[in-house]
Design a protein. Structure first.
Length: 334
């Protein structure tokens, strides 16, 4: 990575760390960060809806500079075709932030079903679905360092929603959010483990409260900004272990987080279920994936999450099937 690019990235990071950023939604947080980066003049900030910097025109303006600077692109791509074209315009570099989830749409999270599949399978894309403004901030800051200081190839993608949160992350949580997952409360155990990403995390938190309130079951809750990053790292680690049978076995963040506990794992996303299905091969405990279309057209409600958790516990012999039947009737799910 050229020294001038790394210097620009450091200046961007310093500017963002100096600017005040009260807890808010991922969308508002990233927009505030974009304003700070524009003022610093050490980054390219592109607004997809801007008339002066349309997708088809801005690469000419971009080419005036002889050196690369950090790129933050705010856009509203609804399909894989649009996102593919946009990534090609940016030479598959930068931090691409999509706000389409906040627009009316018949599709889960506002995107055609092809888009999350494209994100999960594109080798140069690292996709994130932050639940809070603090998560989004941590991921953007880490992305600036990873892409423009460390020189990692590819680009980051963030799905941004506009639901306010008051979450403030500790330093370790910010680091782990970038890796893909962190516990919402450290040191807390549970009868079941609930994983959630983006806006789905709110339903997961409500489901955890219902499990304790209505069924006397405790839940350990994890926020997972990137199921895809977790799955890719786990698969790469397994491949390395196969190719080096005599070397000490390596671990990965997903297995490290879930180690030492046999409680069932319920993973939830607002995208189609296939996004969380990626984890199945790398989770040793009983695993249930829930997404848009799994039990209802939209993202699973807190009630379906509770019913799924009780079914997993019943399959483990930790409760009985009558509890599942009771939950279906209580929450009017049948």
């Amino acid at each position: 990575m050229p020294a001038s690019t790394a210097h620009s990235a450091y200046r961007c990071i310093d500017a963002l760390n100096t600017a005040t950023c009260p807890g808010s939604s991922p969308l508002y947080t990233v927009m505030s960060m974009a304003e700070t980066l524009e003022s610093s003049r050490h980054a390219w900030v592109i607004h997809g809806q801007s008339c002066s910097r349309r997708v088809g025109n801005w690469p000419i303006w971009f080419a005036r500079d002889s050196g690369e600077k950090p790129l933050l692109y705010l856009h509203s791509a609804t399909s894989s075709a649009q996102l593919c074209a946009l990534s090609q315009q940016t030479a598959q570099r930068g931090i691409l932030c999509n706000d389409i989830e906040n627009h009316p749409s018949v599709w889960p999270k506002g995107t055609h079903s092809s888009l999350p599949l494209w994100l999960a399978t594109h080798p140069r894309c690292t996709p994130y679905d932050p639940a809070s403004g603090d998560e989004a901030r941590a991921i953007v800051l880490a992305g600036l360092r990873t892409l423009y200081v460390d020189g990692q190839q590819g680009f980051y993608y963030l799905a941004l929603h506009d639901q306010d949160t008051n979450t403030t992350l500790a330093a370790q949580d910010r680091e782990d959010a970038h890796k893909g997952m962190y516990p919402t409360q450290r040191g807390q155990a549970g009868d079941v483990r609930l994983l959630g990403a983006g806006r789905a995390l709110e339903e997961v938190m409500h489901a955890a409260a219902l499990l304790e309130q209505d069924w006397n079951m405790t839940a350990q809750v994890w926020s997972c900004p990137s199921y895809t990053r977790l799955a890719r790292e786990a698969a790469a680690t397994e491949r390395w272990n196969r190719l080096h049978p005599l070397a000490p076995r390596r671990s990965c963040h997903l297995r490290d987080c879930l180690a030492g506990n046999s409680a069932p794992v319920i993973a939830v996303t607002g995208y189609p279920q296939v996004i969380v299905d990626q984890l199945a091969a790398h989770v040793d405990a009983r695993f249930i994936a829930l997404g848009a279309g799994s039990v209802q057209a939209c993202a699973p409600s807190r009630y379906w999450i509770v019913a799924s958790a009780l079914r997993a516990l019943a399959d483990e012999g930790r409760t009985d099937m009558q509890q599942v039947e009771n939950a279906l009737q209580r929450y009017h799910l049948k």
